[in-house]
Ligand binder design. Structure first.
Ligand SMILES: [Mg+2]
Length: 286
């Protein structure tokens, strides 16, 4: 079945809230995508309800807002919902804020959590962790760390203890510039999970808890913050933006400016209904 096309004007007319993915929709990792400045200015002018839903867990929402503004995208931090900012929500919702955590992540995310009262351990105390958070890959080092983690979790298991693993950003890869990609933290957690399954079998205790798209958590928070229930998600990744919207029963439009900006026929990418967007959006130009 051909997916119907839609324009951004029609989206603004037919919906009352828009959830935007960031990378591949509004900017390409380096510069704004054509039309995004005008669109954001217009949405701000008419006071349209919108949020940026991003899996990036490397910086705070305030820092992200500043980057957007420097790029010419006038987006306030309270319009940003990031998987990084939801780490605390997750810990709070499950009454885990007093647990000892170790985090692979940037200084700003660490500081943000410490400011909120979370106990973060140093690398030398990693074996005391009750929770390990894989927030960002930039600080991710070598295979030695993976080996250390694998053996740490194995040791704990032998003593009937578990460490909860949290992966805010489940993206395996993310785009950098026009035509490059990098591996995200999820690629490394995937390896770790596979190693643990190989030892223990597929137990949920060894599966990292995912916060970002396509997990329900980020969409549920977004739904709560939207002013209406006529919501559409605009994204470029089928396995995160579109699948997550479908699971959360939110309409979705797939843009062809981001990760799907390849020669292959995008209609062949939808393996099942869960991955199928409601619309194709060829451009966010007004
Ligand atoms: Mg994207």
């Amino acid at each position: 079945m051909e997916i119907p096309k839609i324009s951004i004007r029609k989206i603004i007319k037919n919906y009352e809230s828009i959830l935007f993915d960031s990378y591949g929709v509004l900017f390409d990792g380096e510069k704004p995508i054509e039309g995004s400045k005008k669109l954001i200015n217009y949405l701000n002018k008419i006071n349209f309800d919108y949020f940026i839903l991003t899996n990036d867990a490397s910086i705070t929402d305030q820092e992200r807002s500043k980057i957007f503004i420097d790029l010419g995208l006038n987006i306030d931090s309270n319009k940003i919902i990031s998987s990084g900012s939801l780490i605390f929500n997750y810990l709070e919702q499950r009454q885990l804020t007093k647990k000892k955590c170790f985090i692979y992540g940037t200084e700003s995310i660490r500081k943000n959590l410490i400011d909120k009262g979370i106990i973060l351990l140093n690398q030398r105390d990693i074996q005391k962790s009750e929770i390990i958070i894989f927030s960002d890959v930039e600080s991710w080092p070598s295979i030695d760390n993976l080996n250390q983690l694998l053996n740490l979790l194995y040791e704990k298991h032998k003593n009937n203890k578990f460490i909860r693993l949290i992966l805010p950003n489940p993206d395996i890869i993310y785009p950098v510039g026009d035509s490059n990609f990098n591996f995200g933290a999820a690629a490394f957690v995937d390896i770790l999970e596979k190693g643990l399954y190989r030892i223990f079998g597929e137990k949920k205790e060894y599966k990292a808890i995912k916060i970002g798209k396509p997990s329900k958590m980020i969409f549920e928070i977004a739904k709560m913050r939207c002013k209406s229930n006529k919501i559409i998600m605009i994204g470029d990744q089928i396995e995160t933006d579109i699948l997550g919207a479908n699971k959360a029963r939110i309409d979705s439009a797939l843009v062809t400016t981001g990760i799907n900006n390849t020669d292959k026929n995008i209609n062949t990418l939808y393996k099942n209904n869960q991955l199928q967007p409601n619309f194709i959006l060829e451009s966010i130009r007004l």
